[in-house]
Design a protein around this ligand. Structure first.
Ligand code: COA
Length: 376
């Protein structure tokens, strides 16, 4: 084995492997997926095209897109068994926890679970991409005491998700903003949840287990859970007139303010300008400018006082709220998108694997004798 390397806490600044999926360039506030700028993808592509890009070398041509979307649409249904399990979930359970269990159940139902061949992994990925929105919507309907709405294969992914949650498809402006958010959330190199999926995959475990692990990591408020915390914060602030003082108090109390800061970006998150543009559109479209006003004051105060910039969760949280989603749906929506990046990384890890197994520096007790229980 090579000599011991002491990595900084949190693996900050440590490069652990290669990837050809995405590149985060903090020095120029840029992010590319397989060479394409994320802002260009958000403006010009559907989420389905970006999902295809994640697990292939390039954007699809018309035939490739048709085959991909047809398969995705045909996989959207979930079994009666899974539906009845969802029907037994505690009504108060958080949708990230119900989703984690739902995805785990998909693994139980797939008799190819141990087949990690590229063809089967690709097929499992499309199944996860198609069924995760159905599980989220079914859990939401159960939580509200409403009947399940089956997926509609005449609709695109974003439209179908609204249909399954609310029984109707909203205006095209809302669908576009939602699609943009999914594109921006799809992939971000070796973030905590993606790294988790790669660690699990590196043991030659299965794709469902890796995605379940990814969901567990994403749930935390320091990672994907921040988009929910941002909206709780905006509601707690309540009024634009008190927003500046609220932030000054939070900073004086040395509180971590959700939706700000990033391990990789120190001068602004490359995804924020595009998401902010669509959050602004949502504010004017839905007449809910209040949240934007509060958010802008919080941002100005944080940047002015600390030089810490908002991350993607800061504009995405209020955008989802204005679209009509309950706050605890925000991180599951993130999963709908990030499953593309996770599965791309899972397949990349499978293709060139070595178990991920770092060392630790033991700082516990020195060696000591075991005494019988009567003498302790
Ligand atoms: N609010 C207040 N202060 C913050 C902050 C925030 N959101 N994010 C970073 N800081 C401060 C830290 O307290 C630290 O200050 P110090 O040097 O005086 O101790 C400094 O900025 C550097 O931050 P650091 O803790 O080194 O960042 P990290 O790389 O370990 O953590 C995050 C990155 C994202 C986990 C962190 O910024 C955070 O907790 N943000 C809020 C949660 C969030 O929005 N997560 C979504 C990420 S996309």
């Amino acid at each position: 084995m090579s000599e011991k390397i002491i990595a900084p806490k949190g693996l900050a600044g440590v490069v652990t492997d290669e990837t050809s999926i995405s590149k985060v360039m903090p020095e120029i506030n840029s992010l590319v997926y397989r060479g394409y700028k994320v802002q260009d993808l958000a403006e010009s592509c559907s989420f389905e095209e970006v999902a295809y890009l994640m697990v292939n070398d390039d954007l699809p041509n018309a035939d490739q897109l048709k085959a991909f979307t047809e398969k995705e649409k045909s996989y959207r249904g979930i079994s009666d068994d899974l539906l009845s399990v969802i029907g037994k979930f505690p009504k108060g359970a958080h949708p990230m926890d119900t989703l984690r269990t739902g995805v785990s159940f998909l693994g139980l139902e797939d008799d190819r679970i141990w087949d990690n061949s590229p063809e089967t992994s690709m097929d499992k990925f499309i199944g996860l991409l198609a069924r995760i929105p159905t599980i989220i919507a079914a859990s939401y309907r159960h939580h509200k005491g409403l009947d399940f709405i089956a997926p509609d294969s005449s609709l695109g992914m974003s439209e179908n998700f609204f249909h399954m949650c609310f029984g109707k498809v909203p205006a095209k402006e809302i669908i576009k903003a939602f699609d943009v958010s999914l594109i921006l959330y799809a992939e971000h190199s070796f973030n905590a949840s993606t790294f988790t999926t790669r660690v699990i995959t590196s043991t030659t475990s299965d794709m469902y287990s890796a995605v379940v692990g990814g969901i567990g990591a994403l749930k935390g408020p320091l990672h994907g859970g921040a988009n929910e915390q941002v909206m709780h914060m905006l509601k707690e602030v309540g009024e634009a007139s008190v927003a500046r003082q609220w932030m000054l108090d939070a900073l004086a109390e040395k509180r971590k303010v959700m939706g700000f800061g990033h391990r990789v970006y120190r001068n602004g998150d490359s995804r924020v300008p595009t998401m902010k543009k669509y959050t602004e559109k949502m504010a004017s479209f839905t007449g809910q400018e209040k949240w934007l006003e509060i958010a802008n004051i919080l941002e100005d105060t944080m940047v002015g006082e600390k030089g810490i910039y908002p991350n993607l969760d800061f504009p995405a949280g209020p955008a989802y709220y204005m679209m009509g989603f309950e706050i605890d749906m925000f991180t599951p929506i993130f999963v709908m998108s990030r499953v593309t990046g996770w599965c791309a990384h899972i397949m990349e890890q499978q293709a060139n694997n070595r178990i991920i197994r770092p060392l630790s520096d033991y700082v516990g007790e020195g060696e000591r004798a075991v005494r019988p229980v009567s003498e302790r």
